[in-house]
Design a protein around this ligand. Structure first.
Ligand code: SF4
Length: 314
């Protein structure tokens, strides 16, 4: 079966199965093309809550995203096409670790990146994404009237929020990072700048500070997409410092612009575990529980609080 044939089969199966397909920008392009909704983690959380009215949500993203969708849609079945698609950054923080930090810094509120497990979210005061981390840190500081916040699991995003808000972030843990973004080095940027001297450099806040400091724009995947979309016609060239799926999306959508990756092989292999065959499989086998993501209700009840708080603040 060709890619086009598989795609059209999925489109007709999706209707019959009463399913909505949500896909992250880092998904392979052939999955992005058949998604009902495409976005970054905040965008997809919102869509899962506000725009899906089907019994099934097929989530082409990593486990924590599907957990979030399930927590805010407890009456729907959320399915991961590949049940092995997980985020290694989330593994940097456990609920036990959060409790240890809270014991030491009992007066401080806890901000947790959505790239975390539901059990970790259940221990925290508010969630954030890479689009709203600065705003959330400022809001929670005001609400608790404190000088610092606990922030996990991404130490680079915590550092970015601290740099932009002037509010100290205590990293839970000190070394939490995304292996895709944190591998971009100063040398890579110098090489990319040399190859494309007239290009603007757009990077993700999960990159290290030394890389972010050289960028023309720092933002989440959706913010980078909008930056390129809204840039004046004379801005044609862009170096992109994030997972290469976003670059493919932008190259398809903005034909008059040129996109270059900041470093070869910026790939999140966990995101890329999904494929069209697996999406077709879950649409044909919605009762295969191995693919369903369900958060235990006692954890879901607690984890929904920081998620709702984030949605209210953003
Ligand atoms: S790109 Fe990084 S943060 Fe995003 S899912 Fe992959 S490992 Fe996790």
């Amino acid at each position: 079966m060709t890619v086009k044939e598989l795609q059209s089969e999925i489109i007709s199966l999706r209707k019959k199965a009463d399913a909505t397909i949500l896909a992250h920008y880092y998904q392979p392009i052939e999955i992005q093309e058949i998604a009902d909704f495409l976005g970054d983690s905040l965008g997809l959380s919102r869509i899962a809550k506000e725009k899906t009215n089907t019994e099934y949500i097929i989530f082409a993203g990593v486990d924590f995203m599907a957990e979030t969708a399930s927590i805010i849609n407890p009456d729907k079945h959320v399915m991961l096409p590949s049940y092995e698609s997980f985020c290694p950054m989330a593994a940097f923080l456990t609920p036990e670790k959060v409790r240890e930090f809270k014991k030491i810094y009992s007066e401080l509120p806890t901000v947790v990146y959505v790239n975390s497990t539901a059990a970790v979210k259940a221990e925290c005061d508010v969630c954030c994404t890479s689009s709203n981390a600065v705003k959330i840190v400022k809001a929670i500081k005001e609400e608790y009237d404190v000088e610092a916040v606990l922030f996990g699991p991404d130490a680079n995003l915590a550092d970015y929020a601290e740099q932009k808000s002037n509010i100290k972030t205590i990293k839970m843990p000190e070394n939490g990072h995304c292996y895709v973004h944190s591998q971009i080095t100063l040398e890579d940027i110098k090489t990319a700048r040399k190859a494309h001297p007239n290009a603007l450099l757009l990077v993700h806040p999960e990159c290290k500070r030394e890389v972010r400091d050289l960028a023309d724009f720092v933002g989440s995947t959706a913010q980078m997409y909008n930056f390129a979309k809204e840039s004046p016609p004379e801005e044609i060239n862009f170096i992109i410092g994030t997972e290469e799926g976003l670059l493919e999306r932008m190259a398809q959508d903005f034909h008059d612009k040129r996109f270059y990756i900041a470093k070869e092989k910026l790939i999140c292999y966990n995101m890329k575990k999904h494929n069209l065959e697996l999406i077709k499989y879950v649409l044909e086998h919605p009762d295969d529980k191995k693919h369903e993501v369900k958060v235990p209700s006692e954890i879901a009840k607690k984890a929904v609080i920081p998620i709702e708080k984030m949605l209210k603040y953003s």
